[in-house]
Design a protein around this ligand. Sequence first.
Ligand SMILES: Cc1cc2nc3c(=O)[nH]c(=O)nc-3n(C[C@H](O)[C@H](O)[C@H](O)COP(=O)(O)OP(=O)(O)OC[C@H]3O[C@@H](n4cnc5c(N)ncnc54)[C@H](O)[C@@H]3O)c2cc1C
Length: 333
Amino acid sequence: MDNYKGVLVCGEIAEGQLAPITIELLGVGRKLADELGEGLSILLMGSKSGSLGQEAIAYGADNVYTVEDSILDTYNSDAYTQVAADLCKKVLPSIMLFGHTDIGCDLSPRLNGRLGGGLSMECMALSIDPATKLLVSTRPVFGGNALATMVSKSARPQMATMRAKIVPPAERNDARQGKVIPVEDKIDASAIKVKVIERIKEEVEGVKLEDAEFVVAGGRGMGTAQDFAKLRELADILGGAVGGTRVACDEGWAPAPLQIGQSGKVVSPKLYIAVGLSGAMAHIAGCLGSKCIVAINKDKEANIFNVAHFGIVGDWKEVLPAMTAKFKELKAG
Ligand SMILES: Cc1cc2nc3c(=O)[nH]c(=O)nc-3n(C[C@H](O)[C@H](O)[C@H](O)COP(=O)(O)OP(=O)(O)OC[C@H]3O[C@@H](n4cnc5c(N)ncnc54)[C@H](O)[C@@H]3O)c2cc1C
């Protein structure tokens, strides 16, 4: 086991750039590597990967392994697993990090199966145990009602997928030095069973929920689709986005991609206004990174008040119009 060293980030490229989750993982990976006194590497796949090498170094990587093959330009389970497994066998990382994204969720268990590592998924925090130097992964369990810490004592690499927007992105320093190492990997085309026929981009009205600085979210307490739609006025005044709990989305008041929570999107806006939602763990798992949470609920015992920075106990039918009018007035100057 002693021959496994360092931290390897499995990078993602989105529209020719390092994906935001990859920059976050470089920040986390740098801290873990420094605590271990070991190196931080990243694997970038795709024909443009070489051109992103210096940027990955600026965000904290010591070594950037690039596999420049156009077959890797769109995610492909078989090809990515082959390339990542081949690199891991050469580099022998002690820790390997993935984003908890569509790619990370597909790739990490496959790779774990091939390499026989130990995988924790959907982590919210990663640290090094000072005594054992093992990776400690914190992740939600029991439908988000508790947090568990996981340690992989003997399996290597210790793998983890990390949720987006839980940690700030790594700081960029263009003076950092590192190595870009092109890797030749002959991808066995006959082993590729999946072909991407078409990519359909999700249509978004207004600001994208994950990118919004202001989010107004509603739950079952909104009562009807017509009432739920009243959240939009406040979101528009703030220049933000509307989101919903699973109940709101299941009721059809908001489309499924606007669900926030454990099985929905993770948001970390400057301001999260939670209206008529109870604050179930599975929901707040998706908004805990918000800088300021304001809750409106008629039940003073609602769990949302345990995480809210400001709480208003009252019926949203009275509070929301007053709040909307006040923001409108403030905005008008
Ligand atoms: C595996 C799993 C994954 C899940 N994933 C998610 C997820 O991603 N996202 C998610 O949201 N949920 C998720 N859930 C469901 C979650 O556990 C809760 O059931 C859900 O979040 C509750 O939604 P809610 O707050 O809208 O409804 P409720 O819990 O019913 O809360 C409604 C709230 O509205 C308040 N209210 C009612 N009327 C008014 C009024 N007039 N004015 C003010 N307040 C009012 C009530 O006091 C109450 O607190 C998941 C569950 C499981 C088991």
